[in-house]
Design a protein around this ligand. Sequence first.
Ligand SMILES: [Zn+2]
Length: 227
Amino acid sequence: MPWSRQLASALAVALVAPLLVSAQNPVLVPAKFTVVLDAAHGGDETGAQLASGVPEKTATLALSARLRSLLAARGFGVVTTRDTDTALDPDRRAAIANHANAGACLIVHFTASGSGVHIFTSALTPRPAERFLPWKTAQSAFVARSVALSGLLNSTLTQTGITVTLGSANLSSLDSMTCPAVAIEIAPERGPNGAIISQPFDPDYETRVASALAASLLTWRQQERAK
Ligand SMILES: [Zn+2]
């Protein structure tokens, strides 16, 4: 995935006068627990080329649709940033997520390199929530909860036998989100010798990943509602 392109985009918009966004009250949990699914790339921005010849934009949209069904069947409210092959800029993605007042946001990427599932949280320095948060760094008030969500995803995926790599990154959409948010990147599944067992778009592998993500979000919803 071209993180560098997203970083360049973030730097470009950083020159614009900062806007203010209303912070979600971290104490209130909405009656319908909503998850935002952000299928990365789209339209002319195809993303990585996966081994099967499928462009990343198609794989992210397919997983988003899969997760939407799994979550809706479990009583979640689900908001997707895109349902068609369209390009969306990072600000638009964050705006959709923030409008949803979500309990969790998952940004979905795929990659032909690496192994298992990579989970990224924002590299912004955590800080307390305020009434208004500046656009581009709003996620700083949610980093602690995002790291907790990432830990839960990590443990569920690992229990399923999927290798997880945790990291942090500055992504302009993620950094503007006012909810617990993580970017996940599905990489090939590899055996102990590094040989590829499943390609990122393999249906069985994707089913296991999607099921683990949905199971994690069920636990996350329980934890958030118990607060
Ligand atoms: Zn990507």
